[in-house]
Design a protein around this ligand. Structure first.
Ligand code: NAP
Length: 427
């Protein structure tokens, strides 16, 4: 079994103490589907700052969940790969090429948070992986866990999964600073070719949104909704203003839904016109919403929405706003998913002031691991982990962030929080 960049061959997986044998294998990909062996090798990056604290806790929970669901039949063979400060110290590079190669080779990986150095000259790991593996969907499930403090009255009504397009839109990085030669050239072109005037002191950026990029994102959102028995997909856009980018995203989304999923979906218009305002049983509702109204809906009518499909910028804002509604970033998981490749990650940063204190909430990495288990098709293990996490929080055993303002809670360190979850899993 490969031993990562350290070159070690490891049988002991640490964590809850389970052992992977030399039967560990790489995940395959055939005819558009992952082929997952019983002992898949999965690279992990523990991360900087509080990364090691939360990874140590999370890996024990994930191993215990797999053990609880499948006994000795299945286990993950974790393979450490390096990025960030640990990679810099060992290999003199924040992102060794070997790390990207290992993740590509093993297809599925999980990472803790990494310090983003301030200043130029370094492509972030996220951006590099997103581009190299074409991880075009950023997936963020957002739901409430009983016992987690929330700013709204009924956080339990909130249960959405956000599919954010990950590579296009103004995030494509096609932009020029005010006063640059390039900006002047574009200004001149716009003036001469289209008679358009742009102020000379304006920075300029392009917002590419393609049919291909929009449809593959909406396809993933619809497939997810169908696979998970979700009632609706809402296409979120700002098409009333940006007609040929955001408006087109909506139109291409509906087009895709009606051509590729015709007998399994119904659109909002069809429900009104043909079905007396009631979604026919067994059909997935495809609707759309203007982005700014969506923020209101998330607060006022969260039950009206289940899966959101959105261009990059809307999705960025919506993901964090949604996470705040259910109690903040300590518990928000995420994934970057392409076709046959996926990288799961905590959505918060390294929280450096708490590094090494065994203090912060490992919930975000644990729940990212849960998404990973679901992606592998190990749904029983995923469900077991969620149940044990939920019961632990509901029982009032929580890390400092969830104990804040909750006199009934018992604050415990990161490791003890994981202990409590593992105990429930293996009880
Ligand atoms: P941050 O690390 O997310 O921390 C901000 C605050 O969020 C913390 O002070 C803490 O709040 C809370 N928090 C974060 N993680 C938590 C956890 N696991 N449990 C409980 N509370 C948690 O944001 P930052 O301080 O702006 O960024 C620090 C570094 O992380 C930067 O280098 C940044 O570039 C990097 N970063 C990396 C990623 C990534 O790798 N995906 C993402 C974002 C930021 P309290 O102080 O209120 O307790």
């Amino acid at each position: 079994m490969p031993g990562g960049q350290g070159g070690e061959e490891r049988d002991e997986l640490g964590g809850a103490g389970f052992t992977a044998t030399r039967r560990a294998e790489e995940i395959g990909y055939e005819r558009g589907r992952l082929v997952v062996p019983d002992q898949p090798i999965i690279p992990f990056i523990e991360g900087d700052g509080t990364g090691p604290d939360i990874w140590r806790a999370a890996v024990r929970v994930l191993d215990a969940a797999v053990r609880a669901a499948y006994g000795a039949r299945r286990a993950i063979a974790w393979l450490e790969v390096y990025a960030g400060e640990k990679a810099q110290a060992r290999f003199g590079s924040l992102l060794p090429e070997e790390t990207v190669a290992q993740i590509r080779g093993h297809r599925v990986a999980i990472k803790g948070p990494l310090t983003t150095p301030v200043g130029g000259g370094f492509r972030s790991l996220n951006v590099t992986l997103r581009q190299e593996l074409d991880l075009y969907a950023c997936v963020r499930p957002v739901r409430h866990f009983t016992g987690v403090p929330s700013p709204v009255k009924r956080p339990g009504d909130f249960d959405v999964v956000i599919f954010r397009e990950n590579v296009e839109d103004i995030y494509a990085g096609i932009e020029w600073p005010a006063g640059s030669v390039e900006a002047a050239d574009i200004r001149r072109f716009l003036h001469e070719r289209f008679g358009l005037e742009v102020r000379p002191d304006a920075g300029l950026g392009l917002k590419p949104i393609s049919r291909f990029g929009s449809q593959r994102l909406v396809r993933k959102a619809i497939q997810y909704a169908l696979d998970h028995g979700r009632p609706s997909v809402t296409i979120v856009h700002k098409g009333n203003i940006m007609k040929y980018t955001e408006g087109a995203f909506r139109d291409w989304g509906y087009e895709l839904a009606k051509t590729e999923f015709r007998d399994r979906v119904v659109t909002w218009d069809e429900v009104q016109r043909d079905h007396g305002g009631v979604v026919p049983p067994g059909r997935l509702l495809i609707q759309d919403s203007i982005a700014d109204i969506m923020f209101q809906h998330l607060l006022l009518r969260p039950r009206d929405h289940s899966v959101l499909a959105t261009p990059n910028l809307n999705g960025d804002y919506l993901s964090d706003a949604a996470a705040a509604v259910v109690g903040g970033i300590g518990m928000a998981p995420g994934a970057n998913i392409g076709d046959g490749y996926a990288v799961f990650e905590a959505t918060h940063g390294t929280a450096p002031k708490y590094a090494g204190q065994d203090k912060v909430n490992p919930g975000s990495v644990i729940l990212s691991g849960v998404m990973m288990l679901e992606y592998l098709g190990w749904n029983e293990a995923a469900a077991a982990a969620v149940r044990a996490l939920e019961e632990t929080i509901a029982a009032g055993t929580v890390t400092y962030d969830l104990a804040r303002g909750n006199p009934d809670a018992r604050e415990v360190p990161t490791s003890a929080f994981a202990d409590a979850i593992v105990r429930r899993l293996l009880a």
